[in-house]
Structures are given as structure tokens and as C-alpha cells.
Write a protein that binds this ligand. Structure first.
Ligand code: ARG
Length: 366
């Protein structure tokens, strides 16, 4: 007998069937599953992929967030706003749509969790990729006097400069958006600064940074991960929530390999940096994190502190249990980088099994 399916089609159909059964069950529509699986099977046989309905796309994107083992913010998975960008193929229009995402998600500070989903991988069609790690991110430059800006962006910044972009050379230059279709030359555009929400970071009692003006952008929009739903892979699906303060105050601004501001903060506060045991790093980190939280609050931009985020995660765990689902998680990512043992997460174990739909790392396109 002739083999009916290539192994790829076979895998895709299995993934599709599992997803369709689960998502129908979740919306109490079990009866819809088998007819829909037959329909997907016909599409897969004919064209090597199947197209998600709007409902499947929305449900799948939300489930992908719910299944993100590293994320402490999952209580709000059902509030994800899903924007359907499928069918948008021209690079200019894709960038238009990305700018719209930046604006809408910021929502004047009342940040809206959002994902914009562009075309999935399809046989015989050039796939889309966003080169940016996040839609908003500061450039990093290696200079003779050391690194200017965000060291984490050095490689991508070089790629942008090769494409013809010119940065101002400041510590907080927003990088342009870069999108690429297949192997075509990438298309890039500067982000108009008036649509970007940024927050100057200031402590309400002390001057922490001397003359150095520190700021951060309001919305973290991850744009280099793929989303996989029922075997279909969306390589271009930028998504955002809002910040947890420690991401900025204990990592982006504090890590030695990022803005490395703890020594400056400690000096400004007059701390004894000669002895580790003075705990100057801890004290500087604490004041820096208070400054981040207060500044966002003062400017009306949503942010969550790590204690509140942990309690919200506890509620998520309870709700999932009540819904009859197992919570998976990656402990080393779920614990916040400050005072982890002051949260319940530190004192528990988590099962790091990967459940799909989910978001995945992809290799760098540049
Ligand atoms: N940690 C990353 C950053 O500091 C953002 C990751 C996503 N964070 C979030 N709150 N949704 O930029």
C-alpha cells in the first residue's frame, strides 16, 4: 500500500488533532472536534498546512502564554488581546502594524497585554522575521572609551548600522524596527519617538545617578520568539505584558553586563563599597528598584512589584488547579532576582515539562 502522508504531514496532523481536541474541550465544544480535525486533515493533505480559525488563534495564543514556564505574570493570560495580522505580507505594512502594536499596547500607561500574529511558516512561501529582540530596545555601541548604551544590543546595533541606520550615540537610542521576508534584503524604519512611552527613573529622596539621566521604556514587547499552536509555527508574533520592577531595577540597569549602575548608585548614596559585607550592592539595588517602581507609578505607567507578582502567581496556581490543569514552571526563572525567599515560589518545586501551545526561541536571523 502506498504511504499516504509524508512524515511532516503526519506530525502536523497529530499536533493539530491534539490542539483541536484540547481547545474544543476547554470551551465545552467537544462535538466540534472530530469534524474540525477532518477538515484540518484535508487542508494538510492538500497544501501541507492548515489555517487556524480566529477562535483557534485567540485560544492558542492565550494558552501559549498560560504554558510559558518562565513567566510569573500568567494570571492574566485570558486578558491577552490577539491581533490577527495574517495576510499582511508587505514589509511596509508589517512595520505599520508593529507601530500600531507599540501604541495600542502602551494605551497611555494602562498597558494592554497584546500579541500581533503574522503569517505562519507555510510551504512555498517566504517566512517573515522581525530582527529586533524587543520592538523597543536601546542601542549599544562599542567605543574606544567603553560601551555606550545597552551592551545586550551591540550585535543588533551593528547590523542596523550596516543596513544604513545611524544612531545618535546616546545611552538610550531607540533602535529601528527591522523586518525581513525570506532572504530578501531587510526593511527597516525608525520608530517615531512620539509614540513611545518612556519613564525617567528618579528616586523620590536621593539623586541616584549624579548627572547621568536614566530612563526606561514602558512596554516590553518580545519580538524574536515564535509561537507554536497545533503544529503551526508563527515566526513573527510579537507579544507584551507589563514590566515587573526587578526586570529593570535588578537586571537591565543593574547587571554588570548591562547598564551596571550599582557602583554609581552606591557612590551617590555614600555607601561603603570597600567591603562586600557592608551589603552596598544590596542597598544600592533596593534603592534603584524603589526608584523604578515609584517612577513608573508617578508617570502613570503600569508596573508590578515582585511581591505582588508572586501573590498573583499564587492565585494563578490555584485557578489552574481548580480548572483541572497542572501548572508547569521553571523555578530558576519564576523566582524574582531580589529577595526571592520572601516569595512563596522560592519554597516550592515546579515541574518544567513543556506543554504546547507555547512560545519558542528561534535562531538569530542576522
Ligand atoms: N526581561 C525583559 C526586559 O527586561 C522582558 C521580558 C518580558 N517581561 C514582561 N514583563 N512581559 O526587557
Amino acid at each position: 500500500m502506498k504511504q499516504q502522508n509524508s512524515p511532516d504531514k503526519h506530525y502536523l496532523l497529530e499536533e493539530a488533532a491534539t490542539f483541536i481536541r484540547n481547545s474544543c474541550a476547554e470551551r465545552n465544544a467537544e462535538a466540534e472536534a472530530e469534524p474540525r480535525i477532518r477538515d484540518a486533515a484535508i487542508q494538510i493533505e492538500a497544501q501541507g498546512y492548515y489555517e487556524h480559525t480566529w477562535q483557534e488563534l485567540e485560544q492558542g495564543a492565550k494558552a501559549a502564554w498560560r504554558n510559558s514556564n518562565k513567566c510569573i505574570g500568567r494570571l492574566f493570560w485570558d486578558r491577552l488581546q490577539v491581533i490577527d495580522g495574517r495576510g499582511i505580507r508587505r514589509e511596509e505594512e508589517i512595520v505599520d502594524k508593529l507601530l500600531e502594536h507599540i501604541k495600542k499596547a502602551a494605551n497611555h500607561g494602562k498597558i494592554q497585554p497584546m500579541i500581533t500574529v503574522f503569517d505562519p511558516h507555510k510551504p512555498n512561501q517566504d517566512s517573515l522575521r522581525i530582527w529586533n529582540h524587543q520592538l523597543l530596545r536601546y542601542a549599544g555601541y562599542e567605543t574606544a572609551d567603553g560601551i555606550i548604551g545597552d551592551p545586550d544590543s551591540i550585535e543588533f546595533t551593528k547590523a542596523c548600522i550596516e543596513l544604513g541606520w545611524q544612531g545618535k550615540g546616546s545611552h538610550f537610542d531607540l533602535l529601528p524596527l527591522v523586518v525581513q521576508k525570506g532572504n530578501k534584503p531587510p526593511y527597516w524604519r525608525e520608530i517615531p519617538s512620539d509614540i513611545v512611552l518612556e519613564v525617567p527613573i528618579e528616586h523620590d529622596k536621593y539623586s541616584l545617578f549624579g548627572n547621568f539621566e536614566v530612563k526606561w521604556y514602558g512596554v516590553p514587547i518580545i519580538s524574536d520568539m515564535s509561537m507554536e499552536i497545533g503544529g503551526i509555527v508563527y515566526p513573527c508574533a510579537p507579544f507584551n505584558g507589563w514590566y515587573m520592577g526587578t526586570e529593570i531595577g535588578a537586571r537591565n540597569l543593574a547587571d554588570e553586563k548591562r547598564y551596571n549602575l550599582l557602583p554609581l548608585v552606591a557612590e551617590s548614596l555614600g555607601l561603603d563599597t570597600k567591603r562586600n559585607s557592608s551589603l552596598w550592592k544590596d542597598e544600592a539595588m533596593l534603592e534603584l528598584n524603589k526608584a523604578v517602581l515609584n517612577s513608573f507609578k508617578k508617570h502613570g505607567v503600569n508596573i508590578v512589584d515582585h511581591h505582588t507578582a508572586a501573590s498573583q502567581f499564587r492565585i494563578f496556581e490555584q485557578k489552574e488547579q481548580m480548572a483541572g490543569r497542572k501548572v508547569t514552571g521553571q523555578w530558576s526563572w519564576l523566582i524574582p532576582p531580589m529577595s526571592p525567599s520572601a516569595t512563596h515560589i522560592f519554597h516550592k518545586r515546579y515541574d518544567n515539562t513543556l506543554i504546547k501551545p507555547n512560545y519558542f526561541y528561534q535562531s538569530k536571523p542576522f
